[in-house]
Design a protein around this ligand. Sequence first.
Ligand SMILES: [Zn+2]
Length: 232
Amino acid sequence: MGAMKPTISNIFGLDQSHLTQVPGCGNATRYLVFPAFDDFTLLRETLAEHGVQLAIASSYRSFQQQQLIWNEKFNGNRAVFDADGLPLDMSSLDDVEKVFAILRWSALPGASRHHWGSDLDIYDLAALPQGYQLKLIPAEYQSNGPFSLLGDLLDQHFAVGDFCGFYRPYMDKLSAVANEPWHISHRASAQQSMSILTKSALQQLVENSDIAGKAAVLERFDEIWQRFVAID
Ligand SMILES: [Zn+2]
């Protein structure tokens, strides 16, 4: 099966026709684009040799799912964290401040790399403590965290280049997105998506959406595009 070039609807999370289902994810249904799925299987096998049971916390997300997350955060119905992973008091912020607080950890709907099917958040199921609620915070992947073995292995491999076709777009960058050691991206697949994503198409999508804080997003759209979307 070859790689099909995605459409703009695919990469906005509005059309799932570019995706293939990942087996072996328990009760959850996970999707990736085929070349990413293929290399993910290789990555899973490689890490299994080190005792890691690679699991997917999140892979493909639709526009609707991302908008739900965004709107719950904007409206104070879901926790928003600061740079250190501590919860923020959203009620003390104005709309523009809320937008930038959310963008530190969550993408604007339509601009999430999780729409592409090339990107996923990973953890080690073998190291997940019983009854533990996965948080996806850096401390979980550092020494003393439950996923320090996975974190160390990823750090070692990514220090010298891509690992089974993946890289980490949100690590050690000058971008405004916080470091996310758990977020990996299939480079060849992501590049295809990136190459057809345009600022004007995204702006139009936002204008026609029900994104909470839409006026504030549009007011600062140039800055959002530069600091949080066009980072690679
Ligand atoms: Zn992610």
